[in-house]
Write a protein that binds this ligand. Structure first.
Ligand SMILES: [Zn+2]
Length: 374
């Protein structure tokens, strides 16, 4: 991560750059910022800067061997500790290092729930265990391999249990030479006072709506209006904006698939319906369930529209157009039967019935039903 990749935050960047350039960098920094802020990104940019072999005045070079390894999160002097769940006894977060790298490479603006979900532990609580503290000590007893600094980046140190926090405190009191601690926190009030007093706080503000919108436009190619809307809803939390943008993209995909399916049913195009059933069969179980849920939701909206409750509908334009069109063809009786069928199919899908058969069955029923007067 380079400083230039991070939107805004100029004062903080200058502060960090100056500290390195004047040799005034504290050995332990606390990047304190709200969820979805640039705290982790700035810590990573600093890690890259201090070990860059060709430091520029305003940023790391981004091209030297050290920068490239840090960017890929594989620099041997960059150690990372993060909360995990479901660890087998005697294991540390290192067991999840490969997952962690790909999680972080996707974006440095993520949350604990994002992380736990990505390793299928979303119903668990993450924490940093006592075992982890031993791991930290052991790593720091090694000499720096390549870089000027050995870096220990701890994401969410507030999730350390007492014994790991105490072990960390000991190292912070007597830090090994040329070691830089980068603690990245959302909740500094949950840290031991003694840890707080051993670290230099770097206050990081939330992103502004403008900054979030700019990020969405530049990195995800969202148009101005969508970017503004998502930024407004996320209220300065970039991680939240990214989750919302994923849902947004997913629901556009769902709508396109659903609309195509319904049009094919209306045309009674059997060959195409078999193809769609095959395609559906190839989707993940989650995606299949998502599509059925989406279909049910849209038929409920259609029902509301027909009942004259149009003002209750908050639908994007494409979905609204579909609702208006199909409202001309279908009656309440149609909708009731279709929703029942969709619910039943979701039930069978959940119990591992063959997705292709379920889909084909529904398609044939709907093709007939749509053309029947009810
Ligand atoms: Zn470099």
């Amino acid at each position: 991560m380079q400083f230039s990749e991070i939107i805004g935050q100029d004062e903080t960047k200058q502060l960090l750059l100056r500290a390195v350039q004047t040799n005034h960098l504290a050995h332990a920094l606390l990047f304190d910022g709200p969820e979805g802020s640039a705290n982790l990104a700035l810590a990573l940019a600093l890690a890259q800067y201090v070990n860059c072999e060709d430091r520029q005045a305003g940023d790391s070079c981004g091209r030297c061997a050290s920068c490239i390894k840090t960017q890929k999160l594989v620099h041997p002097d960059l150690h990372m500790v993060f909360p995990v769940a479901n660890l087998a006894k005697g294991k540390t977060s290192e067991a999840y290092l490969a997952d962690w790298r790909s999680f972080l490479l996707e974006s440095a603006y993520r949350t604990l729930p994002n992380w736990l979900e990505s390793v299928n532990a979303d119903n668990k609580q993450g924490n940093i265990s006592a075992e982890e503290a031993r791991n930290i000590l052991q790593k720091l007893s090694l000499k720096a391999y390549e870089g000027a600094y050995k870096i220990m980046l701890i994401w969410l140190p507030e999730l350390m249990n007492t014994s790991s926090a105490n072990a960390l405190l000991k190292v912070l009191e007597e830090p090994p030479a040329q070691t830089l601690f980068l603690l990245v926190t959302n909740q500094p009030d949950k840290l031991l006072i003694t840890i707080l007093s051993r670290t230099q706080r770097v206050a990081i503000r939330a992103f502004t709506d403008d900054e979030v919108a700019t990020y969405l436009r530049q990195h995800l190619n969202f148009d101005e209006t969508t970017a503004r809307r998502l930024a407004y809803l996320a209220d300065g939390n970039l991680a939240e904006a990214l989750s919302r943008s994923k849902q947004d993209t997913a629901s556009v995909e769902q709508h396109n698939w659903f609309a195509e399916w319904m049009r094919t049913c209306y045309r009674q195009d059997l060959i195409e319906l078999v193809k769609q059933a095959d395609q559906f069969d190839g989707f993940s179980k989650e995606k299949q369930k998502g599509l059925l849920e989406y279909s049910i939701r849209l038929y409920r909206d259609l029902f509301l529209w027909q009942q004259g409750a149009a003002e209750l509908l908050r639908l994007p334009d494409t979905e609204m157009a579909f609702v208006k069109n199909f409202a001309k063809i279908l009656t309440v009786n149609h909708i009731e039967r279709i929703v029942n069928d969709l619910n039943e199919s979701a039930y069978h899908l959940e119990r591992n019935a063959r997705a292709k058969m379920i889909m084909l069955d529904m398609s044939l029923t709907f093709s007939r039903l749509i053309k029947t007067k009810l």
